[in-house]
Design a protein around this ligand. Structure first.
Ligand SMILES: [Zn+2]
Length: 94
């Protein structure tokens, strides 16, 4: 089928996919942040264990929320910088 597939690429490490699990378990950018998370939740950051941990105790819940808040705000900031760079490029191109 000639279906156009949207390619998503992690802006941080160039991996072909950038979804929650990549950020959580794989992406090297968040290694330091991930360490804080595994110190609370344990080494297993697969989705089922995370959900179990988050629902199981408050500390895991908070660790997870803070991990995601940090990641999301960083990614938003990156996006803003990229947009600005694109604006500058298009202005220069005229
Ligand atoms: Zn990545």
């Amino acid at each position: 089928m000639a279906q156009k597939e949207p390619t998503t690429e992690c802006h941080d490490c160039g991996a072909a996919v950038d979804f929650a699990q990549h950020t959580l378990e794989v992406c090297p950018r968040w290694a330091a942040l991930r360490q804080g998370l595994t110190s609370v939740l344990g080494r297993d950051l697969s989705l089922p264990s995370i959900i179990t941990a988050m629902l199981g105790d408050d500390e895991s819940w908070k660790a997870m929320v803070s991990f995601y808040e940090t990641v999301m705000s960083q990614k938003e900031e990156d996006e803003r910088v990229r947009e600005e760079a694109a604006d500058v490029a298009s202005i220069r191109g005229q």
